[in-house]
Design a protein around this ligand. Structure first.
Ligand code: NOJ
Length: 528
């Protein structure tokens, strides 16, 4: 496996720092808390931690509104704590990736404070300022991802500034070379300290139309869809020039040893693939969110996997994501039993898996009463609040699930007395036991970590089956997406096989693949 790099064979674990572990009783997670849980992550077997933003911030969007790109928010700790975390992680063989948020800063960042101070300020052009439209009002029809106009009027200077997210998140002007240099300097600051890479926030949005033309309306929009998708974002997203920036970021990273660039990109597969770069010189991993976005159906998923595999450019490494801090938790979306099947798939597909803290114990969305909503997106549109998937990690059955000795910033799930790490560590059939076993198999079997992928015709609409192969090793994965038992004949793949893992975590057997029965919601990994 030596010719593969750590971000290819490794498993990425996303930590939402506010919610992982609180060390000082203020109800919000912090860096010392994470340090205290590194042994758990090492035991679990994940290889790289991606931290959602930990930089100074007014927290209008919980850190995705950065007020200083080169320091740590006091609520999370200090630079010394960060260095300690990095060191302690590296000692355990764990990589640390930071969240870079280059599209926008906080309106409280000194750059924006200067920029808004007058039309002639040297930093005026660091952000996107426009005169009102011809009839008064915003310069164009662009809508913010959080709802409402993407423009806010600033009476002091009589112009509007652009913010694709909250009004407190003004967009930086990436057409200005000084902005690029400033963010690249921040990247160097962290790389020099030893961070192993970045997950870059909304990387496909960095460049906007130079003429600021109106977006066309989206004919496919239907009630219930997010308000921002009423428009097709042709003039504010995925513009050709954005690739120059991704290439620049990549060449900066390439000056260091084995650092990784992961791009957050919500685009259809053909567009997504372009972010690998014509010469594989852009993102190492443009995030692939299909498992989050597609209906949970064996045939739909099979089709998506095959299409994605076929679309990958030569030399591009695949990746799969099952959850993050912006999306409903997998165990709520597909149910607890199917969540096991989903984890088996995530950890056996070809490509780097990214998992979200708490999914390994089957944490579910926690309903948050309206008056407790923190998320700016949820305040505008409670149905799309992201708080439910950001609740405190459930460590044990003690008060507040062992997350804090204080008042947690978001409520802890009611089920924490049974759904927690300690309880599941003691239960050989738990989700956690399954998750850890899957990781162990992935790490010990080259077929699973680096082998080729080939979908298999299961001749059953409810079952997705595929073979992972790295000669001489061959492994068959069979996933029942339904809550009914399914009978299969897979003898054309192999006559017999040895069961390595079932989502039920209860048996190991030699199987006759001509008469294979999958129990409801069962997934199997079979050596053939
Ligand atoms: C994507 C991040 O994942 C999300 O949490 C954030 O609100 C937006 N970008 C804006 O930074």
């Amino acid at each position: 496996m030596t010719e593969h790099l750590w971000w290819q064979t490794g498993i990425v674990y996303q930590i939402y720092p506010r919610s992982f572990m609180d060390s000082n009783g203020d109800g919000t997670g912090d860096l010392q808390g994470i340090i205290s849980r590194l042994d758990y992550l090492h035991w679990l077997g994940v290889n790289a931690i991606w931290l959602s933003p930990i930089f100074p911030s007014p927290m209008a969007d919980f850190g995705y509104d950065v007020a200083d790109y080169v320091d740590i928010a006091p609520i999370f700790g200090t630079l010394a704590d960060f260095d300690q975390l990095l060191h302690a992680a590296h000692e355990r063989g764990l990589k640390i990736m930071l969240d870079l948020v280059p599209n926008h800063s906080s309106d409280e960042h000194p750059w924006f404070v200067e920029s808004r101070s007058s039309r002639n300020n040297a930093k005026r052009d660091w952000y996107i300022w426009r005169d009102p439209g011809p009839a008064g009002g915003p310069p164009n029809n662009w809508q913010s991802f959080f709802g409402g106009d993407a423009w806010t009027f600033d009476p002091a200077t009589g112009q509007y500034y652009l913010h694709l997210f909250d009004t407190k998140q003004p967009d930086l002007n990436w057409r200005n070379p000084a902005v690029r240099d400033a963010i690249y300097a921040a990247m160097r600051f962290w790389l020099d300290r030893g961070v192993d890479g970045f997950r870059v926030d909304v990387i496909w949005l960095l460049i906007k139309d130079e003429q600021y033309r109106d977006n066309p309306m989206n004919p496919a929009w239907k009630p219930g869809d997010p308000p921002h998708s009423r428009q097709e974002q042709v003039y504010m997203a995925d513009l050709p020039e954005v690739h120059d920036i991704v290439r620049e970021m990549r060449s900066l990273l390439d000056q260091y040893h084995e650092r990784v660039l992961i791009g957050e990109i919500y685009l259809p597969v053909p567009r997504l693939m372009l972010y690998y770069g014509t010469n594989r010189d852009e993102a190492h991993l443009p995030f692939n969110f299909q498992l989050i976005l597609l209906p949970w159906d064996a045939q739909v998923v099979r089709e998506a996997v095959d299409t994605y595999e076929a679309a990958l450019p030569t030399g591009a490494w695949p990746n799969w994501v099952l959850g993050n801090h912006d999306q409903p938790r997998i165990a709520s979306r597909v149910g607890l039993d199917q969540a096991r099947v989903a984890q088996m798939m995530l950890l056996t597909l070809r490509g780097t898996p990214t998992c979200y803290y708490g999914d390994e114990i089957g944490m579910q969305n926690v309903p948050i009463p309206l008056e407790l909503i923190h998320d700016p997106q949820g305040k505008d549109d409670p149905a799309h609040s992201r708080d439910p998937e950001r609740t405190p990690m459930q460590w044990d059955a003690s008060a507040n699930a062992g997350f804090t000795s204080g008042q947690p910033w978001l409520p802890v799930a009611d089920n924490y007395t049974t759904v927690n790490v300690v309880a599941q560590r003691e239960d050989a059939t738990s989700m956690l036991a399954l998750f850890r076993h899957l990781i162990e198999l992935r790490h010990t079997m080259p077929a699973l970590s680096i082998g080729a992928h080939q979908s298999v015709d299961s001749r059953n609409d409810h079952v997705f089956a595929y073979v992972r192969e790295h000669a001489p090793q061959r492994v068959l994965i069979v996933l029942n997406f339904s809550a009914d038992k399914q009978d299969l004949d897979l003898s054309s793949t192999s006559v017999t096989g040895r069961l390595l893992c079932t989502t039920y975590m209860d048996s190991d057997d030699t199987l006759n693949l001509g008469y294979l029965t999958l129990r409801p919601n069962e997934g199997m990994i079979i050596a053939i």
